[in-house]
Design a protein around this ligand. Structure first.
Ligand code: HEM
Length: 327
């Protein structure tokens, strides 16, 4: 896991728990169906550590990090390895009023840094190396909004796991030995009709989220009826509570009236995020969906697996002339 105080060398790629930063880029790409595209993409993702080093060394205090995720559609051909046990394309969740849509995405680059220029330079070098082997499905530049608030005005990320709970919640263990140390990643881009949200009273907004706005204190769960976002996204079973790691970022273009939240969740078990989505979009009980969705329009939805750095660099040998060992 990351040593945030180490300014001797760049942060190694695929550190799911890389530092929270002031800026992030979420880049979702589709690999072209042309000769050589898969080979080019394989070369770039397996060599991501060199690209990150190129840029990160120019200011280590910028905490540049990059996590690469690979989607189910290209996994076998790109990596030559067995499919991670739970990896499949994003499954739409259809509720009575809101649908979590599935949108294309073969590669995800989650780039984080304190400095916008470092993020953009790394993105530029990645896209230049990929050339016409990919098309851009979505590119979102996120920014820190005050004390890590979303644009709805609430502190976002509080309930993330810490200490030993963090790797426990995010990294695949012995249950899938070919992919130990990797993490499932789900991304969704939401836009907010801020004017409508601002018509609610602060108390109404707090009931939607489940925390107080000013000081972030958690509210009690509703005893019956409409549940808050924090309650619907809490997954508990006989094994206890199942956490995920979120690194959501606001994005905006006020001149175009565009305000949004980019959701990104890392998890050891993909089913945990899928269960959260079902509870949000279908509701618990069904019909009582997450009211956050009445003020958040979902624009994208894609699922990836972010292999450990060891697994990612090993795929370099998986050319069309032979697959790598799945070990
Ligand atoms: C518009 C999109 C979203 C916004 C603005 C948002 C905002 C928030 C806020 C403000 C909190 C309370 C503070 C915190 O613990 O971070 C929260 C909690 C949480 N959210 Fe979201 N969220 C969004 C989407 C999602 C999605 C799509 C998921 C999962 C699929 C999710 C999962 C969670 C979880 C697990 C918690 C912590 C619950 C707890 O244990 O207290 N969120 N979210």
């Amino acid at each position: 896991m990351t040593d945030e105080t180490n300014l001797r060398v760049p942060i190694a790629p695929q550190q799911v728990d890389a530092p929270l930063t002031k800026m992030a880029i979420f880049l979702v790409l589709v690999v072209a169906d042309t000769d050589g595209a898969m080979d080019t993409a394989r070369g770039v993702v397996s060599g991501i550590d060199d690209l990150v080093k190129n840029v990160a060394i120019r200011d280590l205090t910028g905490h540049l990090s990059c996590t690469v995720g690979i989607g189910a559609r290209v996994w076998a051909e790109l990596t030559g390895r067995s499919l991670p046990a739970e990896l499949h394309p994003f499954r739409e969740v259809v509720g009575q009023q809101h649908t979590a849509i599935a949108t294309p995405g073969d590669l995800l680059f989650h780039i984080r840094s304190e400095r916008a220029d470092l993020c953009i330079e790394l993105e530029r070098q990645i896209l230049q190396a990929l050339g016409d082997s990919v098309t851009v499905a979505d590119e979102t530049q996120g920014f820190r909004y005050f004390d890590t608030r979303d644009l709805l005005g609430f502190v976002d990320g509080t309930a993330n796991p810490v200490g030993p709970d963090l790797p426990e919640a995010t990294l695949v263990g012995d249950e899938d030995p070919d992919h130990t140390g990797g993490s499932y990643v789900v991304v969704q881009k939401y836009t907010h009709p801020l004017g409508v949200w601002q018509k609610l009273t602060t108390e109404q907004q707090e009931a939607v989220i489940g925390r107080r706005k000013i000081d972030n204190v958690e509210l009690d769960d509703a005893v019956s009826g409409q549940k808050s976002h924090k309650t619907l996204s809490t997954i508990v079973d006989d094994a206890g509570e199942h956490d995920i790691l979120r690194d959501n970022m606001p994005f905006a273009s006020p001149g175009q009236g565009l305000y949004g939240t980019y959701f990104i969740g890392y998890t050891r078990h993909l089913w945990v995020i899928e269960r959260m989505l079902e509870r949000m979009f279908i509701g618990d009980p069904p019909g009582l969906h997450d009211r956050l969705l009445d003020f958040s329009t979902v624009q994208t939805g894609s699922t990836f697996f972010a292999p450990s750095l060891g697994e990612l660099t090993a795929i370099a040998d998986a050319g069309s002339d032979g697959a790598t060992d799945a070990d």
